[in-house]
Design a protein around this ligand. Structure first.
Ligand SMILES: Cc1ncc(COP(=O)(O)O)c(C=O)c1O
Length: 413
């Protein structure tokens, strides 16, 4: 007899677990804690005046307000899809509004892509480490994850090719300032990955929520842009394998829940049906507001965020350089919100977090959570998006002192 207190969940749901890390991070919501844990935008930069004006203007226009609060089409609000198309075209992607689906954040885009492709046991390729939310959502469809390690240019090609030989359903990558590693895939590596994708017929999901948060070096063409170029060349195979996932969360505000997918027409038509079956459509009111904000303040938001987050990144990198033990390594991201630490093998980052919260009131995310397989427990993710440079310096110095003590104690033991 099924026990009502423990219902027989589907396996993908039964396997969902709250992590020990999440339990630890519940302790950090106190003002005395300097937290490098949350990978979220600083709310101080939300364009609140523009949002206020946009809602007021919407409600002052009765016809528009009725449209905003009515049901609407699953594809998404056409003017917003047109804005997204223009944005993608400006970045050399051959987008078209009918090949763009608006989703409730990039997270829902990943959910739909998982649903569209994965049957239990199917192989799925991800970088190691990878975005936790992608591991979680794809995990609910019970794939067999194949993890491919990264070097400073992106995923390692020999291992990627070995993974592609196992006929995966797709390869999921965050090419710019990866969450969590901060690594940006180089242009040369992108071209090689795309060539491999076409040789083996593997779809590439490129998750690009951070691409505008670039603090140095020129933008690198996305897989979708490189593929658009390839599809214009004679003798191409005519296949559109790159799937672009975008989001307005990091530049405007996550609360509007606006993300999108741009890809092959057949895929988008299927995903529209999934969207219809799932939640009919994203909030029309939010899409109308997002459309107005995208047109009026996307560029100024990008400029403001680049300046502020660059300062914070620089402060964190300088503090790491100045005070961290020499046997700890870290990435130097060109943008985004994250720096990735690798400690000597003797350090377990989850244990370190417990001590850091208790003894020095500093928090970060242990890296183990970001591995679909073979967790590296001596790694950690630091986010520099929240907090003034002075507080960042203070937190890094405290963490450095704790690490020096621990490493000294380990050596003595
Ligand atoms: C790599 C990556 N993809 C997707 C998301 C989800 O973004 P959204 O707010 O658009 O759902 C995040 C959020 O942190 C992210 O880091």
């Amino acid at each position: 007899m099924p026990n009502p207190a423990s219902p027989s969940f589907a396996q993908g749901v039964a396997e969902l677990r709250a992590s020990e890390i999440r339990e630890l991070l519940k302790l950090i919501d106190r003002p005395e804690i300097i937290s490098f844990a949350g990978g979220i935008p600083d709310p101080a930069f939300f364009p609140l005046d523009a949002i206020d004006n946009a809602y007021k203007a919407l409600l002052a226009d009765p016809a528009k307000a009725r449209e905003a609060f009515q049901y609407s089409i699953s594809e998404g609000y056409l003017p917003l899809r047109q804005w997204i198309t223009g944005y993608l075209q400006a970045n050399e992607i051959d987008a078209a509004p009918e090949r763009v689906l608006i989703t409730s954040g990039a997270q829902q885009a990943l959910d739909f892509l998982g649903r569209a492709f994965i049957e239990p046991g199917d192989a799925v390729v991800m970088s190691a480490p990878s975005y936790l939310g992608a591991i979680q959502v794809f995990g609910t469809f019970r794939p067999r994850f194949i993890s491919v390690p990264m070097d400073t240019d992106g995923v390692v090609l020999t291992e990627l090719e070995a993974a592609f030989r196992q006929k995966p359903k797709f390869c999921y990558l965050t090419p710019d300032f990866c969450n969590p590693s901060g690594v940006t895939t180089s242009l040369k590596r992108r071209k090689a990955i795309l060539a491999l994708a076409h040789r083996y017929g593997v779809a590439i999901i490129e998750d690009c929520p951070y691409e505008e948060l670039r603090y140095e070096n020129p933008r690198i063409a996305s897989f979708s842009a490189l593929e658009a170029d390839y599809l214009r060349q004679p003798g191409n195979d005519g296949r559109r394998l790159a799937i672009y996932v975008g989001s307005l969360s990091k530049v405007l505000t996550p609360a509007l829940r606006i993300g999108w997918i741009c890809g092959d027409a057949t895929l988008i038509n299927k995903l529209v049906l999934l969207k219809q079956a799932s939640d009919l459509h994203s909030s029309t009111a939010n899409q109308i507001i997002a459309d107005g904000l995208a047109r009026t303040c996307h560029a100024s938001q990008v400029a403001k965020l680049r300046k502020a987050y660059k300062e914070r990144r620089d402060a964190m990198l300088a503090a790491l350089e100045k005070s961290f033990p020499k046997d700890v390594t870290w990435t130097r991201p060109d943008g985004g919100m994250f720096i990735w630490l690798e400690f000597p093998e003797s350090i377990d980052a989850t244990e370190l977090l417990a001590e850091a919260i208790r003894d020095i009131q500093v928090a970060f995310v242990p890296g183990a959570a970001f591995y679909a397989n073979d967790q590296k427990r001596n790694t950690a993710r630091l986010s520099f998006s929240l907090g003034e440079p002075e507080r960042i310096r203070e937190g890094i110095e405290r963490l450095a002192a704790l690490l020096h003590n621990k490493l000294r104690a380990n050596r003595a033991a």
